[in-house]
Write a protein that binds this ligand. Structure first.
Ligand code: IPE
Ligand code: IPE
Ligand code: MG
Length: 247
């Protein structure tokens, strides 16, 4: 029985977030450059987007490039940006056929102009799609996102449009890049690293975390289904006792 067959339909998470890690190590196994791993990472993205759509996930957020990743060698950063533009050009038609909408979170303005233009083009093409929303985290870091939100809230307070007492969890949610989506119920990280690396710190306050040793270019939809099966077998207590959940 495949993991897909084991899934409980009405317990599929609405939002799954993935830290796609391990491309460099995957390439090194074959004595290749890190970029070779990034190229093969695109196949994993294709499979996971397809799988998420098949089982009715509403939001799939992929951590594709962090604020910290700007510190990588220029050649690697350029290759990643080139690959992103290429993948968007190649995949937008297919995404449209699959009814997938595209969204970006992160400091988009810090991306090269041609990357911003390609993203806007694709987002616009896919804006009427109503199936899965694919969210790419690009030039993203959670501390950046939270600081931006705090600055904008402070501005509103200064202008007298908000009172400090208005600031609560719901308001904070509204000022984040993720304002229109539910928090991820499940966060997956590949490559065996057990850290969050500045990803969605606010939004994963109560997410279930799933770490797999698989390197990102080897990850496929069946691995996503396995992670979701694992998630479905967990008891999410939100501070309550098990007893309270039964009664
Ligand atoms: C993830 O793979 C891709 C990005 C962070 C852009 P890595 O490039 O981090 O690969 P490893 O972790 O060095 O193997
Ligand atoms: C996290 O991976 C960022 C992305 C997957 C885009 P990294 O490989 O950059 O993370 P660290 O630096 O090892 O924690
Ligand atoms: Mg890494």
């Amino acid at each position: 029985m495949s993991f897909k067959d084991k899934l409980i339909e009405n317990k599929v998470p609405k939002h799954v977030a993935i830290i796609m890690d391990g491309n460099g190590r995957w390439a090194a196994q074959f004595g290749n450059e890190r970029t070779f791993g990034h190229e093969h990472g695109v196949e994993a993205v294709r499979s996971v987007v397809e799988g998420a759509g098949e089982i009715g996930v509403k939001y799939l957020t992929l951590y594709a490039f962090s604020t910290e990743n700007w510190a990588r060698p220029k050649d690697e950063v350029d290759a990643l940006m080139g690959l992103l533009v290429q993948a968007i050009s190649d995949e937008t038609d297919e995404l449209q056929k699959s009814n997938v909408r595209l969204q970006v979170i992160g400091d988009v303005k810090s991306l090269p102009q041609h990357v911003q233009e390609k993203l806007s083009w694709s987002i616009d093409r896919l804006k009427t799609c109503t199936g899965l929303t694919l969210v790419l985290a690009l030039s993203y870091s959670s501390k950046w996102e939270i600081l931006e939100a705090v600055k904008r809230i402070a501005e509103q307070v200064k202008l007298g449009k908000l009172e400090p007492s208005d600031i609560d969890t719901d308001l904070m949610d509204c000022f984040l890049n993720t304002s229109e989506m539910p928090d991820p119920e499940l966060l997956i990280r590949t490559s065996g690293e057990c850290r969050i690396s500045n990803f969605l710190l606010w939004q994963i306050a109560y997410s279930e975390l799933y770490f797999t040793p698989k390197l990102w270019p080897d990850f496929r939809k069946e691995d996503l289904f396995e992670a979701i099966c694992d998630f479905q077998n967990r008891e999410r207590r939100f501070g309550k006792t098990s007893q309270q959940l039964i009664s």
